[in-house]
Design a protein around this ligand. Structure first.
Ligand SMILES: Cc1cc2nc3c(=O)[nH]c(=O)nc-3n(C[C@H](O)[C@H](O)[C@H](O)COP(=O)(O)OP(=O)(O)OC[C@H]3O[C@@H](n4cnc5c(N)ncnc54)[C@H](O)[C@@H]3O)c2cc1C
Length: 339
């Protein structure tokens, strides 16, 4: 399933059963599909080993995404729910529907994380559900993030606009709050603590173990590449969430599907050029857009140009019903195009 659907499952407008597509469908494009876990990548011998067999490659594209690492925050799995985990999304949805009063804490617990606007969308959708259930006035929503502003990669202006949207929905943003431990109904930060009745968390992310074990990244890091997505090994590329492309010394390309897609197209062009013995000319342009759902079937649109000069540029188009329809269209088009 596409991750963005998780938010529609949270808001109750979509069921999981209607949100999946078998990856086998890519065979219709003449691509062989093997549904097995990769256990070793050996760039010296140009092989990839799964549990059951070994494949030889001429070109390798590593697109293994990230693993969620809730275990890195003691007490999180026992006392909180993980926004990016489907089984927990269903529990969050049911808890919110039943809640009559109390405190909801939403906390980003590690950086970087997938789709930087998604936790804010979740907060706004939760507020929207509560407004519909009639419990909204009795429920406080607090948002905790280790970053000082809402969306550092988007810059101060967009961060302020998102802050205003949150405040208009009585969602309190607490920046510079790094979670260290979760206890029953209690969140502890490096700089204080708070209580909650329901905790919705974005846990730390990590690269899949096979990436570290195969020597492509150190533990706690992602595969560092530049805009060509080439790794230090010949003919091996890393695209999507598994990689890290620095834009400035502090800002990296956000982990988003839209960038995974354009990185894939970029390297496909360059691999074709190599095979045809032509000049490789494609470079990942860092341009893309992402919807910011704001509840009640409305969405804003974040227009991003990560390599703009003199600095990365992000603009937020104000929320409207049209952008929400565009988001639905975005899903439809992707599914039709790729699967
Ligand atoms: C709630 C939410 C909403 C989002 N909304 C948006 C949005 O609106 N727009 C947007 O652009 N992005 C969005 N994203 C981010 C987007 O989903 C990711 O950035 C994107 O999926 C990354 O693609 P990827 O191919 O790098 O990784 P993935 O999509 O995670 O794919 C990696 C695949 O590799 C598999 N894998 C991992 N390890 C192994 C192994 N050892 N062997 C075999 N297979 C393995 C995984 O099972 C997975 O299928 C959202 C994310 C979330 C969580």
């Amino acid at each position: 399933m596409m991750d963005l659907v998780k938010l529609w499952i949270l808001s109750g407008t979509r069921e999981f059963e209607f949100s999946k597509r078998p990856l086998e469908k890519i065979t219709k494009k003449g691509i062989e599909f093997t549904n097995e876990e990769v256990v070793k990548i050996d760039p010296d011998n140009k092989t990839v080993r799964t549990k059951y067999r070994r494949f030889h490659y001429d070109y390798l594209i590593i697109a293994l995404g990230v693993d969620l690492a809730p275990e890195q925050i003691p007490g999180l799995q026992e006392n909180g729910l993980v926004l990016y985990e489907l089984k927990d999304v269903l529990k969050i949805r049911d808890s919110i529907r039943q809640m009559k009063s109390g405190k909801i804490a939403i906390a980003i617990m590690g950086l970087p994380y997938k789709c930087p606007p998604a936790p804010y969308e979740a907060a706004l959708l939760i507020r929207s559900i509560l407004e519909e259930s009639g419990a909204s006035d009795s429920i406080q929503i607090d948002f905790y993030s280790p970053t000082p502003i809402t969306l550092p990669a988007g810059g101060p202006q967009v961060s302020e606009e998102i802050l205003q949207i949150l405040q208009s929905k009585k969602i309190e943003f607490h920046g510079n709050h790094k979670t260290v431990v979760v206890e029953p109904n209690k969140l502890k930060f490096e700089n204080g603590e708070t209580t909650f009745d329901l905790l919705v968390a974005v846990p730390p992310h990590k690269v899949p173990a096979v990436v570290v074990e195969s020597g492509f990244a150190q533990a706690g890091k992602f595969i560092e590449v530049d805009r060509t997505c080439k790794t230090r090994y010949d003919h091996v590329y890393a695209i999507g969430d598994v990689n890290q492309i620095m834009v400035t010394d502090k800002i990296a390309v956000p982990k988003a599907g839209i960038f995974a897609e354009t990185e894939g197209v970029t390297i496909a062009r360059n691999i074709i050029a190599q095979i045809k013995q032509e000049q490789e000319s494609a470079t990942f342009d860092g341009k893309g857009g992402c919807f910011l759902e704001t509840g009640k079937q409305t969405a804003g649109y974040l227009q991003v140009d990560m390599f703009a000069t003199p600095a990365p540029l992000t603009q937020l188009e104000p929320p409207s019903a049209d952008y929400f329809s565009e988001k639905e269209k975005f899903e439809r088009e992707r599914l039709e195009k790729w699967l």
